[in-house]
Design a protein around this ligand. Structure first.
Ligand code: ZN
Length: 256
């Protein structure tokens, strides 16, 4: 069994956890999980994340508007977010970004909401957790403009793109998608980006690692992803977990 596992990206407020959330989270410390960052997707998700973080000491949260939700937000959403960000268990602005894969929201609205949240992160000097799906060029351009600190989660770009992202001071978030059969680019990224620039994540309930692909994901499955990446890097799995956990804690300013 591994210990010191940190999940830098989870969605435990998803309805798929409604029935057994407390039982599941209560068990985590005994299976080696030392920290979880629950990433909000809209204002009500911020509230649920905050309540979860108040109940479980190892849960922190990120407050933000996901690109899928960017058309549905109240006009005073920045003020609402600010209230959550001031909470001591809020460690980042997220999950924010651009998604050109799904047509849930017009691109110009996504961009506006993303940019406003990047500005807020800059103003408050707080890290960001970025969602980038099929929008690499636009995300990169805005990262270059605002130079936030933080993570590009579930990194799906090329190794070249990952190197450029790291040069901007960002970290690369890797989860179950690395273990998928068709994961050529993420494998190359995982193999070649130094572990000092990588954080582990689930994005649960989505993206379970092989052999659980398609089933509900949770933080206790991180060891499957960690073993896969450690094999690629020809290093010890616990060592990979320790280094990536240290990275997460540094990014989020968590020192327990
Ligand atoms: Zn996510």
């Amino acid at each position: 069994m591994y210990n010191n596992i940190f999940d830098s990206h989870a969605h435990y407020d998803d309805e798929r956890f409604t029935d057994d959330l407390d039982a599941l989270l209560t068990e985590f410390p005994s299976v080696g999980i030392c920290g979880v960052v629950n990433c909000a997707t809209d204002i009500s998700s911020c509230q649920k994340s905050l309540e979860m973080a108040e109940r479980f000491s190892f849960v922190h949260f990120a407050a933000g508007i996901h690109p899928h939700e960017a058309e549905k937000i109240p006009s005073d959403y920045i003020d609402l977010l600010y209230k959550y960000i001031r909470n001591k268990k809020c460690v980042a602005i997220g999950e924010i970004g651009l998604d050109y894969y799904y047509d849930f929201c017009q691109r110009d609205i996504q961009k506006k909401v993303f940019e406003q949240q990047l500005q807020l992160a800059k103003e408050l000097d707080i890290p960001v957790i970025i969602h980038d799906r099929e929008a690499h060029a636009d995300v990169y351009e805005l990262l270059k403009k605002y130079r936030p600190k933080g993570i590009v989660h579930c990194f799906s770009g090329s190794y070249e793109m990952a190197k450029e992202t790291v040069k901007l001071g960002m970290y690369i978030g890797l989860g179950g998608a690395v273990t998928f059969k068709n994961a050529k680019k993420p494998v190359e990224v995982a193999k070649n980006i130094p572990c000092e620039k990588i954080v582990l994540e689930t994005d649960c309930p989505y993206l379970s690692p092989v052999p659980f692909r398609g089933k509900r994901n949770d933080s206790s499955l991180i060891p499957y992803t960690a073993e896969f990446i450690a094999d690629l890097k020809e290093m010890d799995t616990q060592e990979l977990i320790d280094i990536t956990t240290k990275n997460s804690k540094e990014i989020f300013g968590i020192d327990e």
